[in-house]
Design a protein around this ligand. Structure first.
Ligand code: ADP
Ligand code: MG
Length: 347
């Protein structure tokens, strides 16, 4: 029989492998890692492993980290309005314990080169700890994902190739947007050499990241995206918006019909550097390309930079969807300024 905890955990990890990887990578980013390695075994079916060089976990927290709703990140209730860390619900490790075999190896700066290996019970209670060799940082290993939810496990087994491809898309977005972070992704076993699926070099710009992830040639087919406009509305739900200014920065396909060199058919959207699903924004971009008679799907890497009061993050359990206030006005301004940018570019 399934426990309530397992069913709820299945909802937290609602997007399957994508949720697993997203939660682990965001924990690494929250720990200020500058190097993040994601290793899949058998496309994630056997294991997903995330190795970072972040702060490590303090021994005082070993007992708590996998308990439901425990988090080291949120300090006051007011923080809920302006969360800057990715995590704050304390649900990811707890859910992964309920759904898989999870273990953690971690070391803080003062402990390395000694570290600790932690194993947990399904409930999230600490089962065992042992001393191991480890560099500063944290490795989280998730094996046999969904082993406690047989239907979800079968579904993953059936669709693992497709899921894995989608996860790579999400990882490409993180690798592209995170400047100063070395990302590398591996899928094992690979025949012969240990070659990454892709890797970035800890570049200072998203442009260099895009070149690392999608190939240097891609840049030829791209132009810099640089939009800036003011929003007219100032209040939403009784709250004053701190700043009305919105910037949209990134890299997009040249708006040229029949452009010889094609950019990859990929579209990534971010809000303040956080990868998000923004279907209406995507549609607005694609509509503008159509008015320029571009029919092939353009490459879009677009980061919307705006005041944190202009949107709500915690709409979906896995925080990939975002609710933008004043969306209608934003879409209109976006289209107008993008058309202006393209028109100027063509001259
Ligand atoms: P949340 O991220 O919402 O706090 P999680 O369940 O994802 O909840 O993680 C629980 C806690 O475990 C975090 O608050 C953090 O203290 C610790 N933790 C998890 N992963 C890492 C990591 N890679 N590096 C450092 N600490 C981590
Ligand atoms: Mg987290």
């Amino acid at each position: 029989r399934k426990s309530v905890h397992q069913i709820q955990s299945g909802q937290v990890i609602g997007d399957g492998l994508i949720s697993v990887v997203k939660e682990l990578v965001e924990n690494s980013l929250d720990a200020h890692a500058t190097s993040i390695e994601v290793r899949f075994k058998n496309c994630g079916l056997d294991a997903v492993e995330v190795v970072d060089n972040g702060s490590g976990i303090a021994p005082d927290n070993y007992e708590s980290i996998a308990l439901k709703h425990w988090t080291s990140k949120l300090t006051t209730y007011d923080d809920l309005d302006t969360v800057t860390t990715f995590g704050f619900r304390g649900e990811a490790l707890s859910s992964l314990c309920a759904l898989s075999d999870l273990h953690v190896i971690t070391a803080t700066a003062s402990e390395a080169p000694k570290g600790t290996r932690l194993e947990f019970e399904t409930s999230g209670k600490l089962k065992s700890r042992s001393v191991v060799a480890a560099q500063r940082g944290t490795t989280v290993v998730v094996e046999n994902i969904f082993k406690t939810l047989p239907v979800r496990r079968k579904e993953l087994e059936r669709n693992v190739k497709r899921e894995y491809t989608k996860v790579l898309g999400v990882l490409q977005a993180y690798a592209g947007v995170c400047v100063g972070v070395k990302f590398s992704v591996f899928n094992q076993p690979v025949k012969g050499r240990r070659t990454p699926v892709f890797a970035t070099k800890g570049n200072p710009t998203t442009r260099e990241n895009v070149a690392n992830v999608f190939g240097a040639k891609t840049l030829v087919a791209l132009v810099a995206l640089d939009l800036q406009f003011e929003m007219k509305s100032t209040r939403r739900g009784g709250r004053e918006m701190g700043s009305k200014e919105i910037k949209i920065l990134g890299h997009i396909s040249r708006p040229v019909v029949g452009e010889g060199r094609q950019a990859p058919d990929r579209q990534m959207f971010f809000v303040n550097g956080r990868p998000c699903i923004l279907p209406q924004i995507a549609r607005a971009f694609n509509e503008v390309y159509k008015t320029f008679n571009v029919t092939q799907s353009p490459f879009i890497f677009a980061d919307l930079q705006m005041d944190t009061n202009a949107y709500d993050v915690n709409v979906s359990p896995d925080k990939r969807s975002i609710l933008l206030h004043d969306q209608t006005e934003l879409l209109e301004s976006l289209k107008t300024s993008l058309i202006t940018m393209f028109t100027n570019h063509e001259q």
